[in-house]
Design a protein around this ligand. Structure first.
Ligand SMILES: *Cc1c(COP(=O)(O)O)cnc(C)c1O
Length: 434
């Protein structure tokens, strides 16, 4: 499989190069040159396959022979090594719980897959690689955990000061060893811009071997298709009709992976992009105008994105046809008040505790199903409620226990370097550090 640069279709690279380089010329995102189809037999009989077999089949076409089969199988076994249950919340809405991995966030899957691919590709080189990543909350933790203590890899995480939760911050800043955290006096978009600038800075790239672990990297983006297959495997045993799939969205990597799986043959009645007050895509669907904005801070901070990077991939997938996009995808925006009310209501009515991100998804799917009463669907549960105790406890007046896996981390000390959203400061850190 080759991947072409969305900004320059003549630049086409293999899986290895796209994984290592992350972006192409002109900061363009890579995109697969064809959409490999699932065998119909595979899709209709998912329950006959183990989760790991499904994951392997999902990824094999994208990796090709660049990673030997047995190594790829080990990578997916290590990636999908926790449960991903689909649970019914009520009669029409189920939730795919993606938060039982090591950092209690769905990003664990992409981060674990990518870190292992990168390790494999780098094992014969004695060059040190710096993984540079901007996070609005959860990416950093998943990446830090996925790359922790891997030889030859150093991780530098940029996160917006005071805009991540306490648990998230510990996951970013307390591991130590090869993980470095930069606390940026700004927003997630500032962090993302700094990272993008670093990638196009000649001096930095001469001195360091930089790569990214944001969902712009195909090795993080593509394995997210696995969620949708594992959801469908469970969906098929409880429902006849294809599901409406609702994805809490920020940078739009996750929903884009779901759409890719759909284009490969995964049945889905409809997709919903659930946004918080950062409503760039809901607005786009109404006005046909894609207008990036300053990111607004919200309770669902991992979705505080004012210029969703993966949107260009979605457009590409739909062949830049606005109408076919609009036929398949709806988008809603839910503000913090409605998010809190949703957490409250769902707990009271169904005894289920939502984190703020998943709550945004619930609110959107509920609204869609009210407008389309004959349908059913599921939401992607992207984070464990314990990661956002302030909001959740305020909504339901119930203290949530911190899972044992986190206890150890919570007692460790936060270590960060504070910088302003000024590229010179990042540059100094990177060059000085090395
Ligand atoms: C990253 C994240 C999202 C948004 O995913 P995108 O792929 O950026 O759209 C949603 N919820 C949580 C908890 C996240 O960490």
């Amino acid at each position: 499989m080759k991947y072409y640069n969305l900004k320059d279709k003549f630049e086409a690279v293999d899986f290895k190069t796209a994984t290592i380089k992350s972006q192409g010329k002109d900061k363009g995102l890579f995109f697969p040159e064809n959409i490999p189809q699932f065998e119909e037999d595979f899709i209709t009989n998912l329950s006959q396959y183990s989760d790991q077999e499904i994951a392997y089949r999902c990824m094999k076409d994208f990796v090709g022979d660049e990673i030997p089969s047995e190594v790829l199988q080990t990578i997916v076994d290590e990636t999908v090594n926790f449960e991903i249950p689909l649970k019914k919340i009520n009669d029409t809405i189920s939730v795919l719980e993606l938060f039982h991995g090591p950092t209690l966030a769905f990003k664990d899957i992409g981060a674990r897959f990518m870190s292992r691919c990168l390790s494999y590709f780098l094992k014969d080189q004695n060059k040190k690689v710096t993984v540079l990543v901007a996070t609005s909350g959860d990416t950093g933790g998943a990446v830090a955990h996925g790359f922790y203590d891997l030889p030859g890899i150093e991780v530098v995480i940029l996160y917006p000061k005071n805009r991540v939760s306490h648990v998230q911050e510990k996951q970013l800043t307390a591991l130590g060893k090869n993980i470095f955290a930069l606390e940026v006096n700004g927003s997630f978009d500032d962090c993302q811009n700094l990272v993008k600038q670093a990638f196009s800075d000649e001096e930095i790239n001469n001195r360091l071997f930089l790569t990214s672990a944001n969902s712009i990297n195909i090795a993080r983006w593509l394995p997210q298709q696995i969620y949708y297959l594992l959801a469908l495997k469970q969906w098929q045993s409880i429902e006849q009709k294809a599901p409406v799939i609702c994805v809490p969205s920020g940078n739009f990597g996750n929903i884009c992976a779901g759409l890719l799986a759909h284009f490969r043959g995964l049945p889905a009645e409809h997709f919903i992009a659930a946004c918080n007050s950062n409503d760039i895509i809901p607005e786009y669907l109404q006005t046909k105008n894609f207008k990036p904005k300053e990111a607004l801070p919200t309770l669902s901070n991992a979705m505080d994105v004012g210029n969703p990077s993966n949107f260009v991939r979605i457009l590409e997938l739909f062949g830049h046809q606005f109408d076919s996009f609009k036929n398949k995808v709806s988008a809603y925006s839910t503000d913090d008040t409605d998010t809190m009310n949703t957490i409250k209501e769902v707990y009271k009515k169904y005894n289920y505790i939502l984190d703020p991100h998943t709550a945004v998804a619930f609110a959107s799917l509920k609204q869609y199903l009210e407008e389309n009463p004959d349908k059913k669907g599921f939401i992607l549960g992207t984070a464990h409620p314990v990661k956002f105790p302030e909001a959740v406890e305020k909504a339901i007046h119930l203290e949530i226990d911190i899972p044992e896996a986190l206890n150890d981390l919570m007692t460790k000390e936060k270590k960060t370097v504070e910088i302003n959203p000024d590229f010179e400061e990042l540059r100094r850190f990177l060059l000085h550090q090395n």
